[in-house]
Structure formats: structure tokens, C-alpha cells
Design a protein around this ligand. Structure first.
Ligand SMILES: *[C@@H]1O[C@H](CO)[C@@H](O)[C@H](O)[C@H]1NC(C)=O
Ligand SMILES: *[C@@H]1O[C@H](CO)[C@@H](O)[C@H](O)[C@H]1NC(C)=O
Ligand SMILES: *[C@@H]1O[C@H](CO)[C@@H](O)[C@H](O)[C@H]1NC(C)=O
Ligand SMILES: *[C@@H]1O[C@H](CO)[C@@H](O)[C@H](O)[C@H]1NC(C)=O
Length: 732
């Protein structure tokens, strides 16, 4: 951005002249400003700093690139003498006396505004050198008395950022002859608290955070302010809009948080538009050019819908010859499902490594070993962690996250009806979950973006190169105190590596693994309460939701309604479950009321309560049948309580048909569980009063008719094969 045009500038001065009768000061041209920083290592924080500098058009000079960092641990830097030494050397080569130097840390710094505002505020400070200020004194508390008092604002000096004229800064650092590990902050503090030196250098501190905001000790003072699609951090204590935000000391996570908004340009509808300019678009790549990904699948507890998980895995849109699988299964319960998947489809993938329950590997080790599979394979560009309870509805998920080209990125998934997600917005002081201010908005999709977060789990992508560099330790998941997921994130954070979660697309959800019963043949049938949506997708007919809107309900006989309710798989599972249970009875226990009396109409059947399915069946009737009943028989309300619910088996040589009878119900539901012509011949139902038959029952469709009075009916003979129906007498 250019400075104001001369004409405009003149106009401003003219105005000022009238007001103040003084306009001696020219605005400093922006090209006089040079940002100088020290970065021996290109951390994610450093890249973020450069992105923000580029966004505002700062010119940046980076010192120390590729040098070994000797100024102490950069994550919690005491020391920093190396920075001063590098600065001193660099300044010696610079001659322009008008030059303004902004010397600033970069691993944990973002710009919130551009050079013009920075220079203006610098000029308004009316000193040749301006240091950032701190609420806390450091590193030597004994110097407190020597510090000059300030009228308002912070009293202490922070060396993480300062700005000044080249000659004054040269003068300031000329006396430096300390060691690399010595404290730069102490050095500058001693200059500042010495009145002569302070005057000679003409230095001051930015006590009200007009230029610099150090976050340490000041978190409560800083809030985000949203305006016109832009975000600024505001210091509410001094009512200032700092230009530079520094997550110094223990405020690394807070600067990561603020960095999600600053300096991005935001709209809440489309998310950030200036997030990651270094995106690598994958579009147009040939299949063979897709990055090779190792998908790590972890089964660590009995989990519903494992078969569906593998069906989805197969449908993931990514060339299978660019995928390798690492499967860890700790559960004998799931061995059959895993081995049948591997048997049928394993050879589609470039490679498969499988670890079963017999290896008795613990969970942390399995994850370490999974990472190793990518780490030790130089062709592996990404590791995609996918826990078995993850439901990836978006078939492009892997492509999308690979395209993000980030070190670690999780597609956001949530849990239906709960405020749960596979990322955390913030971290408590003890390192556990804490809710960030924007968490609910992100989880519920009111804010979209790619978010720098302190914790991801369940499904996330890690760069292979990262596993071979910063994250090369074999035991990232191992810890004496933390669970594997937390241990991993803790290590990642401590290495200064950023983790992201994206909610720019909808990706899917996570299953609840609680209350999962394992004693049945098809345990997923029992999931109607715990994982209702998944149960519905698996077991309810795909056209069920359209039956009202698209008038799919048929009326084959008077007051008899016919509609799709069960999927093919639901029918198969129910029949298989009953056959697996096997205790078919000749009944004698179904009293069906006929014309005022009772008569016994026995069937060969198994009752829902015999297989422990009555609660689930009631919910099915309540949620999927009752709404239709109430619609078709207006004025009638049902609690969907049933006296009897059972699966009937008709066979030519066992019981082929059922003689005419009334049902002991207000209404009856009769669901065909297999297919005429395919599984059996004959069958059907005839209503005698209306001389009306349904002779080709459709698999998965329910017949609903009144009981007791009008719909006297018989079961027509099954002439070949075996026919199954699920019958419920509902009352009231
Ligand atoms: C940075 O410079 C470019 C090109 O000179 C300009 O288009 C852009 O608006 C500038 N950005 C800012 C934030 O001033
Ligand atoms: C510091 O510099 C400013 C101009 O930037 C000047 O007005 C002021 O008098 C100087 N202060 C001292 C103590 O030299
Ligand atoms: C659902 O309806 C569509 C069109 O109406 C049909 O093509 C499809 O076969 C139906 N699905 C099933 C499982 O019957
Ligand atoms: C019942 O219907 C069948 C064919 O639909 C017809 O042949 C028969 O005559 C009818 N019986 C009575 C009693 O109406």
C-alpha cells in the first residue's frame, strides 16, 4: 500500500495547520521501514509470521537462517543474546540514517495491521526508539525500583519487539558483547533504567500497547473485535488497537488462537479467504500422481457398524494404488469383519499391514507402530489416522485434507446431538479440554475456517516429512501420565508444530461406543437408541422419508396401507437373527379376539422379547410407524404399545398359511422380510370382508390395517420356500 498521495497529505497538513498551527512532521515513507527478525528454524509459527507480514506488505529481513540456535530453548526462551549479536552484525552493514528498524520475534508474533499505521504510531510516540511493554518484570525483579514510573499503562520493558531509527538502534546494541545465552531483555532493561543512556538513545516504552501487545500477563486485557469482515485485537484496558501481537512466555496457545483471526480477512459464510496461500491444489493430477498415504485404522473397543465402516473405506475417493493400510484390531469380536474385508478387498491397496488381538499390543504402541509404517517408508507422504468409530460421510475427505497441505489437519467431525468434536478449541492450565470462546460457533458451523487448535483426535492427517523430522521420535503416543491421544498432542505442541481442524466442508460424525451389546448375531440392530442416525441409515428403507411428500403410501385394500419401512439389510438381519436364535415355537400363546370371543390362532414364530428386542421394536413403532398411523387414521393417537410382536415363519411342510381370524389389536403392522419369487412362492394376505388380497408382498414394506372388527383376514398359503413376516399388534 502506498502512502497518502502528496495532495491529500498537504490537505491534512493544512487542516492541522489551522488547528494546531504546526505541521512540522512529515509522515515517514513506508519504504523506510525494514522488519528484522531472527529465525534459525522455519517453524510453523515463523511461517505464520511471514504470511501475516506478506499480507500487510511488510519487508522482512530474516537473520540466522540455518544457524544453530544457541539462545536457549526457543519454546520458552530465556537468553536470546544470539539475537542481539546477529542484529548488531546485520546493522553494521546498513547505512541509511533514515531507516526505521522493527526488530521483532517471529515464532509467536502476528501483525494485526500494516506499516502505515505502525509508522504513524511510532511517530506519535515522539522518541527515536520504542520498546514493547510488559505488565510483569523479567528477568530481574530487583530492578523494579529503578524503573521510571509511567502515568498510565505498563511499566516494564519487553525486548520481544522494538522499533527505532537505525543510528539509535546501532548505538543501543553497540555495547553488546554478551554470550549467546545471555538475556537480551536484561541488557536493554539496563539501558532503559539508566537515565543518561535512556536519554542518549532517546528510548521509551509503548506502555499503552498502541504498537505492541505482549500477551503474557495481559490475556484479560485483549479481546477480538469483529468489524466489516475484519478482525482486530483490542486492548480494552487502554482502549488501543495494537499493531503487533506477541504470544510471549506461556501464551503460545493464545497467539495460535488469535492467529486464527489475525490478519485473515473474514466472512462468516465462506470462512477465511487469506488462510493458507500455500495450498497445493490436487485438481488435475493423474491418479498415479496422488501422494501416497498410509491409512491407519484403529479398533480399540467393540464398536457398532464396523461393516459399514469398511464399506465407506472402500468408497473413499482416492486411488487405491496410492493407499497403504495399517489395521490394528484389539478386539476378537471384530476379527471376522476385518478378515472378510481384507480377504475381499485387501489386494486393491498397495500394501496392507495387519495387527490382530493375539499380538496383545497396547494402544499407545499400536499408534507408534502405525506411524512407523509411514515414517520408515520414504514414499509415504501422509499418514491418515482413522479410528473405527469415525463415520466419514464425505467421500472426498482424504482428498480435501491432503489438499490443505498442512502439517497436521483434522477434518472436523462431531457427535450427533452433543457438543463434542475431534478437536479442542483451548487447553486448560492442566492440559485438558477447555472451551474456547468460538468453540460452539465452529462446531455448529456458524464460523467456517481452518483453525489452529491445541488438540486433534480420531481422524487427522499428518505429513510424512514431519514424522521423519520434528516428529521422528518413535514413541509419540507413550506417556506415564497422559492417554495416548493427549500425549501425542502434547508432544506436537512442544515441538512448535501446528495442528489444524477444518470445518470448511461437512465430513461426518463419530459413533457412540457405549451400550454396545455384543451377544447377538447382528448387534447393530440394537443401536436404535445409541446411534440412531447410523441405525436409520442402515436399516430404514431409503425411500421411507419420502413416503408422505411423494405419496408413496399405497392402499391395496380398504383402510389397508402399504409403505416401505425396512432396508433389505434390516430384513436380512432380522431373519438371520431369528434363525440364529432358533427357538421357533408353535405358539398357542397368541389369543386373537374374534367376534366377542377368543380363539387361538397359532403361528410358528419367535417373539421380539425372546431375543431381547422389545424396547428397540417399540421405538421403531413409535418413531417410524406411529406418525404414519396417525396420518392415515386421523383422530387416532397411538403410544405404539404392543401386546405382541414376533417374526412368523411360513413353510409348506411346517405351517404354510393361517386361517381367517381377527387380530387382538387396534391396528396391526405386518412387514414382509423376504422376497416372493426369490425366497418363496405364494403367500400374501386376504381380507375376507372386502374380498381383497395382497398377493405379492414387497420385501421391507409394511402392511398396516385395523384389527378386531373389520379386517377379518387370512394368511394365504406359502407353496414353496420359506416366507418370513414381522407382525406387531399395536394397542392402543
Ligand atoms: C499489498 O500490496 C499489494 C500490491 O502492491 C496491494 O494490492 C495490497 O492491497 C497491499 N495490501 C495491503 C494490506 O496493503
Ligand atoms: C527524543 O526525540 C524526539 C524526536 O523524535 C525529540 O522531540 C525529543 O526531544 C527527544 N528526547 C530527548 C530526551 O532527547
Ligand atoms: C426408491 O425410489 C426410487 C425412485 O422412486 C427407486 O428407483 C428406488 O428403487 C427405490 N428404492 C428402493 C430400495 O426400493
Ligand atoms: C372375490 O374376488 C374374486 C376375484 O377378485 C372373484 O372371482 C370372486 O367372485 C369374488 N368373490 C366374491 C364373493 O365377491
Amino acid at each position: 500500500m502506498r502512502a497518502s498521495s502528496p495532495l491529500l497529505f498537504f490537505g491534512i497538513c493544512l487542516n492541522a495547520l489551522f488547528l494546531l498551527a504546526s505541521c512540522e512532521e512529515q509522515q515517514i515513507p513506508q519504504d523506510k521501514l525494514l522488519v528484522v527478525t531472527v529465525a534459525t528454524k522455519e517453524t510453523d509459527g515463523f511461517r505464520r509470521f511471514l504470511r501475516s507480514a506478506k499480507h500487510f506488505n511488510y519487508t522482512v529481513k530474516v537473520l540466522g537462517r540455518g544457524q544453530k540456535w544457541k539462545g536457549g530453548d526457543y519454546m520458552s526462551a530465556p537468553g536470546g543474546g544470539q539475537k542481539v549479536k546477529l542484529l548488531k552484525a546485520a546493522l553494521e552493514k546498513m547505512k541509511d540514517k533514515e531507516k526505521i528498524i522493527l526488530f521483532i520475534d517471529s515464532y509467536d508474533v502476528v501483525f494485526a495491521s500494516g506499516p502505515k499505521e505502525l509508522l504513524k504510531k511510532f511517530q506519535q510516540a515522539r522518541h527515536k526508539v520504542v520498546f514493547s511493554s510488559e505488565t510483569l518484570i523479567w528477568p530481574d525483579r530487583h530492578l523494579e525500583d529503578k524503573y521510571p514510573h509511567v502515568r498510565e499503562g505498563n511499566r516494564f520493558l519487553g525486548s520481544g519487539g522494538f522499533i527505532g531509527y537505525l543510528p539509535n538502534i546501532k548505538e543501543m546494541v553497540t555495547g553488546w558483547d554478551g554470550e549467546n545465552h545471555e538475556s537480551d531483555q536484561l541488557f536493554f532493561t539496563k539501558l532503559y533504567i539508566n537515565p543518561e543512556k535512556r536519554k542518549a538513545v532517546n528510548m521509551t516504552i509503548d506502555s499503552k500497547c498502541r504498537l505492541f501487545q505482549n500477551l503474557h500477563g495481559a490475556l484479560d486485557e485483549v479481546v477480538l473485535k469483529f468489524e466489516d469482515g475484519r478482525v482486530r485485537a483490542r486492548n480494552v484496558l487502554y482502549d488501543t488497537l495494537p499493531v503487533i501481537i506477541h504470544g510471549n512466555g506461556p501464551t503460545k496457545l493464545q497467539i495460535n488462537y488469535l492467529g486464527n483471526y489475525i490478519p485473515k480477512v473474514w466472512t462468516f459464510e465462506t470462512g477465511c479467504t487469506v488462510c493458507h496461500e500455500d495450498l497445493r491444489p490436487l485438481t488435475g493430477l493423474k491418479e498415479s500422481e496422488y501422494p501416497l498415504v498410509v491409512i491407519g485404522i484403529f479398533i480399540q473397543q467393540p464398536t457398532p457398524f464396523v461393516t459399514v465402516f469398511f464399506e465407506r473405506l472402500l468408497k473413499l475417493r482416492y486411488p487405491k494404488n496410492r493407499l497403504k493400510l495399517f489395521i490394528y484390531n484389539q478386539e476378537p469380536h471384530h476379527e471376522q469383519q476385518v478378515s472378510s474385508f481384507l480377504h475381499d478387498y485387501g489386494n486393491l491397496y498397495q500394501d496392507v499391514k495387519f495387527i490382530g488381538p493375539e499380538e496383545e499390543m497396547d494402544s499407545a504402541t499400536s499408534r507408534n507402530v502405525g506411524f512407523d509404517m509411514c515414517r520408515q517408508d520414504k514414499d509415504c507422504e501422509y499418514f491418515f489416522n482413522l479410528d473405527i468409530e469415525v463415520v466419514l460421510k464425505n467421500e472426498d475427505t482424504l482428498k480435501i485434507v491432503v489438499e490443505q497441505n498442512l502439517p497436521i489437519v483434522a477434518p472436523m467431525i462431531t457427535r450427533v446431538g452433543r457438543l463434542w468434536s475431534n478437536f479442542w478449541g483451548a487447553l486448560s492450565a492442566e492440559g485438558y479440554y477447555a472451551r474456547s470462546e468460538d468453540y460452539v460457533d465452529i462446531v455448529q458451523g456458524r464460523r467456517l475456517g481452518v483453525w489452529n487448535v491445541p488438540y486433534v483426535s480420531s481422524v487427522f492427517l499428518v505429513k510424512g516429512s514431519l514424522l521423519r523430522s520434528e516428529l521422528s521420535e518413535h514413541d509419540l503416543f507413550t506417556s506415564d501420565v497422559l492417554d495416548p491421544d493427549m500425549a501425542f498432542c502434547d508432544k506436537v505442541r512442544s515441538k512448535g508444530v501446528f495442528m489444524y481442524a477444518t470445518n470448511m466442508h461437512t465430513f461426518g460424525r463419530i459413533l457412540s461406543t457405549e451400550n454396545y451389546e455384543t451377544q447377538h448375531l447382528h448387534n447393530d440392530l440394537w443401536q436404535i437408541f445409541e446411534n440412531t442416525l447410523d441405525w436409520e441409515e442402515r436399516y430404514i428403507h431409503e425411500n421411507y422419508t419420502r413416503i408422505m411428500k411423494d405419496k408413496l403410501i399405497e392402499t391395496p385394500c380398504p383402510d389397508v396401507y402399504w409403505f416401505p419401512i425396512f432396508s433389505d439389510i434390516a430384513c436380512n438381519h432380522l431373519v438371520e437373527e431369528m434363525e440364529h436364535f432358533g427357538q421357533w415355537s408353535g405358539g398357542g400363546n397368541k389369543d386373537t379376539r374374534i367376534q366377542g370371543g377368543y380363539e387361538n390362532v397359532p403361528t410358528i414364530d419367535i417373539h421380539m422379547n425372546q431375543v431381547g428386542y422389545e424396547k428397540e421394536w417399540h421405538k421403531l413403532l413409535l418413531d417410524y410407524v406411529a406418525p404414519i398411523t396417525e396420518k392415515m387414521y386421523p383422530g387416532y393417537y397411538t403410544k405404539a404399545q404392543f401386546d405382541l410382536a414376533f417374526v412368523v415363519r411360513y413353510k409348506p411342510d411346517e405351517q404354510p398359511s393361517l386361517r381367517p381370524h381377527h387380530d387382538a389389536s387396534t391396528f396391526t403392522i405386518n412387514i414382509a422380510l423376504n422376497e416372493v419369487g426369490h425366497d418363496y412362492q405364494g403367500g400374501g394376505c386376504r381380507f375376507l370382508r372386502y374380498n381383497c388380497s395382497i398377493q405379492a408382498p414387497r420385501k421391507g414394506w409394511a402392511l398396516m390395517h385395523p384389527g378386531r372388527l373389520t379386517h377379518y383376514h387370512e394368511g394365504l398359503p406359502t407353496t414353496a420356500g420359506v416366507r418370513y413376516i414381522a407382525v406387531s399388534f399395536v394397542d392402543p
